[in-house]
Write a protein of this length. Structure first.
Length: 29
């Protein structure tokens, strides 16, 4: 596995976590 692919995967995970946090904030009253 190349370093470039590993970086891309980590960025994708962070993006998903960020979207999840934002959806939690908007879902709360």
């Amino acid at each position: 596995m190349s370093n470039f692919a590993l970086e891309g995967q980590m960025q994708a995970i962070q993006r998903v976590q960020l979207l999840d946090e934002m959806s939690k904030l908007t879902a709360s009253p």
